[in-house]
Design a protein around this ligand. Structure first.
Ligand code: SF4
Length: 215
């Protein structure tokens, strides 16, 4: 049983509440969406088939406890939940970054899910599986990528659908479309509305040029 892997690498986590932490990334190949601002188009292809034992072996080489499974979209591959289970069983802290179009209930509850909700400017708003809002645990995280005011208003409407307990435990991340919206503009909107959200800058894009990839 194998998964299509684009790359495995070690870098600084740029997103989520773990931003700033060293992290091993397993980037799976392929995505079912085509967001207007996508910065990982290189991962749309098929990648290299690797079985779970080989992925675990390569991850172990980095000798680091924090992992993220990302893409592309990891959950379009049937074996991804099994890979996550194997990594959790070995004691890793495992995060899953998913685009929000796939049912997250297939994934082990110990895994920290970072779930995107696609806003209108992505062009993929209709792909959201909003059922995921009620599948979140208190340690999972929601992320909106905001490109303009319409996206911001959309995010506020979606937040109204969330369980208040989940919202309080893990306020959503509002991230920016890089070079499209200035951070201070989004900051002003959040402050003015007293919105229970976290302004999120994609840290890795400030450390390295936006399309540089560590390997
Ligand atoms: S879901 Fe992620 S990888 Fe897929 S097109 Fe959108 S931004 Fe790119």
């Amino acid at each position: 049983m194998s998964l299509n892997v684009y790359e495995i690498f070690y870098s600084i986590q740029g997103e989520s509440s773990y931003a700033g932490s060293p992290c091993v990334f397993v980037r799976l190949a392929g995505c079912n969406l085509r967001c207007s601002y996508c910065d990982t188009r290189y991962a749309y292809g098929e990648g290299s088939p690797l079985d779970i034992a080989e992925i675990v072996r390569r991850v172990e080489l980095y000798q680091w406890h924090l992992l993220e499974i990302t893409g592309g979209e990891p959950l379009i591959q049937e074996e991804t939940p099994e890979l996550i289970w194997h990594l959790l069983e070995r004691g890793y802290t495992v995060m899953l970054e998913t685009n929000g179009s796939q049912d997250i209930s297939r994934v082990d509850g110990r895994c920290i899910k970072i779930v995107d909700v696609k806003c209108p400017s992505s062009g993929e708003e209709k792909s959201n599986d909003l059922g995921n809002l009620s599948r979140l645990s208190e340690k999972d995280e929601i992320k909106f990528v905001i490109g303009d005011k319409e996206d911001y208003e959309y995010a506020k409407e979606i937040m109204k659908l969330m369980d208040p307990k989940t919202l309080k435990a893990s306020p959503p991340h509002l991230s920016l479309v890089f070079n499209r919206l200035e951070p201070h503009v989004l900051a002003d909107w959040i402050l003015k509305d007293r919105l229970n959200a976290r302004l999120h800058l994609q840290l890795h894009k400030f450390i390295w040029p936006p399309y540089y990839r560590t390997v």
